[in-house]
Ligand binder design. Structure first.
Ligand code: CUA
Length: 359
């Protein structure tokens, strides 16, 4: 009975794992299908380590089985005493040297890659016009959302990182509150975002994300940071260099854009009176500090998800405004604004959904 139960438990565990792991093969989120040079090299390291580990398991298993079969009591008799080898210099040397060699074989490429991925010397290179050559993005993790600032382009956005393909993109990672971790499984990472220091690394994006499910790569917070840690998602839109330049120009064109409290549009007026204190609707940097309290909403209409994980529909936005706490427990928006009527919420949702820089 107990034996049957144990087998049944093992079987259900395996079945459950199959269900969970079946989502791991998706291009937009799988480490096993890397879509960038860094992710590819990390994947190769992974395969390399697994190969060496498998080799060790196979060799040990073969020796074990050999001893198991060769020294069966029925074969060698009751009183057989095998040759005693304790203290053998030759054997001791062999089983000390082999693991050291294996560890060296593992360590050398791993260390070389680690230093390579952390090499951000090119981040500060400038051309003859004293302009930065490489694209840098400052990432700030906040409870429970992500801010992306492009210091050399003077623009800022939230929740959806937009980057060009085919070049190294450099990242300055920091956190505004507690420790988070920046991870784009298909592209590379992860790296912690801390409050007390800035971590730096680069990533390369090989493929345009347009053909993927939702048209984006998925990014995650990979450090347990609070009750809504699992919901602290972001997305990554990868564009051809030309399309990226167009996007940057459209973002810069939003300079001075704001919501008018006197507007005849109920949504805009309600937004200006209740939301504008924390959410900016212009993507240009250098806003007063308060305007960056909440995610910048300039590109809200272009996003693939609401608050990182809900489908991009007006209904979901309305539900979120009605009760953010229900969707992201512990978020900093709950209770920070006046109660709005159903009509006002609907109008505000229409207004926010209309914010867009893409044609
Ligand atoms: Cu932020 Cu987990």
């Amino acid at each position: 009975m107990m034996k049957g139960l144990k087998k049944w438990r093992l079987f259900s565990l395996l079945a459950l794992m199959t269900v969970f792991l079946s989502a791991c093969g998706e291009e937009y989120i799988s480490t096993l299908q890397p879509a960038g040079a860094v992710g590819k090299e990390q994947f190769d390291l992974l395969l390399f380590s697994i190969t060496i580990m498998t080799l060790v398991v196979v060799v040990v298993s073969v020796i074990y089985l050999y001893a198991f079969v060769k020294f069966r009591r029925s074969k060698v008799g009751e009183d057989h005493m095998p040759k005693q080898v304790e203290g053998s210099h030759v054997l001791e040397t062999i089983w000390t040297v082999i693991p050291i060699v294996l560890l060296l074989i593992l360590a050398v490429p791993t260390l070389m890659s680690t230093y390579k991925f952390a090499d951000v010397a090119a981040m500060d290179e400038v051309d003859e016009n004293n302009e930065k050559v490489a694209l840098t993005v400052n990432v700030t993790a906040k409870l429970y959302w992500w801010e992306f600032e492009y210091p050399d382009l003077g623009i800022v956005t939230a929740q959806e990182l937009v980057v060009p393909t085919g070049e190294k993109v450099y990242f300055n990672l920091k956190s505004a509150d507690v420790k988070h971790s920046f991870w784009i499984p298909s592209i590379g990472g992860k790296m912690d975002t801390n409050v007390e220091n800035i971590n730096k690394f680069y990533l390369v994006f090989d493929e345009e994300s347009e053909g993927l499910k939702d048209g984006v790569f998925y990014g995650k917070c990979a450090e347990l940071c609070g009750p809504s840690h699992a919901l602290m998602d972001f997305k990554v839109k990868t564009l051809s260099p030309e399309a990226f330049d167009t996007w940057v120009a459209s973002m810069q064109d939003t300079e001075g854009q704001t919501a008018d409290a006197e507007s005849t549009d109920l949504g805009e007026a309600t937004f200006a009176a209740n939301c504008l204190g924390c959410h900016a609707v212009t993507s240009v940097t250098g806003m007063p500090a308060g305007a960056a309290m909440g995610p910048n909403l300039t590109t809200f209409g272009d996003r693939s998800h609401i608050v990182g994980f809900l489908d991009h529909t007006k209904e979901n936005l309305v539900k979120w405004i009605e009760n953010p706490e229900e969707y992201k427990p512990g978020n900093l928006m709950s209770g920070k604004y006046n109660e709005l009527s159903d009509e006002e919420i609907s109008a505000v949702a229409d207004y926010i959904m209309s914010l867009s820089v893409e044609q």
